[in-house]
Design a protein around this ligand. Structure first.
Ligand SMILES: CCCCC/C=C\C/C=C\C/C=C\C/C=C\CCCC(=O)SCCNC(=O)CCNC(=O)[C@H](O)C(C)(C)COP(=O)(O)OP(=O)(O)OC[C@H]1O[C@@H](n2cnc3c(N)ncnc32)[C@H](O)[C@@H]1OP(=O)(O)O
Length: 160
């Protein structure tokens, strides 16, 4: 398990465990482990606006994908999103602190079935996702020609 002594998952942006960059839409998702569930908080701002005052659906999907990626950090398993299915249940308003959670539903060989949920301050569901992540060898991530975070060198690379 990859987490700090206070239960938080290291400053991550999942893409860049250890590199400290923001995710593609400039959102900061801080996550921690609560039992088997990754929980986090995020607030959207104008950069993620779709309709006036409302978050763009792609930004909502990004946060859900990021939360799902945090599950990989906990599992210390390199994997990629093969399929992401998002249901938008209610408008996600800007400037409101929101809750996110993500968990493993089932593992079947290389297939990780995960789920995630975005909720408002009262824990009303705004969007939910189911995803298929496929475990890959760490070599998968060298295709971009960039150095990989040192922390990944200890991660399981078995894809069986
Ligand atoms: C930025 C990513 C960093 C990820 C880092 C990883 C670890 C964690 C590190 C830090 C942690 C944090 C977070 C990550 C950051 C954010 C999360 C975002 C993650 C991403 O943003 S990641 C980018 C988007 N993602 C891709 O860039 C994938 C492109 N893609 C491929 O690279 C290949 O497509 C691959 C490898 C997925 C599969 O290729 P492959 O050759 O290995 O496997 P193959 O096709 O043989 O499928 C084997 C079995 O899966 C079934 N299957 C396959 N695809 C399916 C689908 N779509 N739907 C339903 N079933 C599917 C087949 O039907 C077969 O099933 P069966 O065995 O039963 O026949």
């Amino acid at each position: 398990m990859k987490m700090m002594s206070d239960g938080t998952i290291p400053e991550h942006h999942p893409h860049c465990l250890g590199c400290g960059s923001e995710n593609p839409a400039g959102m900061q998702l801080r996550t921690r482990l609560d039992g088997d569930v990754v929980r986090g908080e995020v607030t959207f701002d104008r950069r993620q606006q779709g309709a006036p005052g409302i978050a763009h659906g792609g930004a909502v999907a990004t946060v859900l994908d990021d939360a799902l990626g945090s599950v990989l950090v906990v599992l210390e398993t390199p994997a990629v999103t093969a399929n992401l299915n998002v249901s938008f249940r209610a408008p996600t308003l800007l400037h409101q602190p929101l809750h996110v959670e993500a968990r493993v539903v089932e593992r079947d060989g290389r297939k990780l079935h995960l789920s995630a949920r975005l909720m408002d301050e009262q824990y009303t569901t705004l969007a939910e996702a189911t995803a298929l992540f496929l475990v890959v060898d760490v070599v998968h991530f060298t295709q971009g020609g960039e150095a990989l975070p040192e922390a990944w060198s200890t991660w399981g690379s078995s894809t069986t």
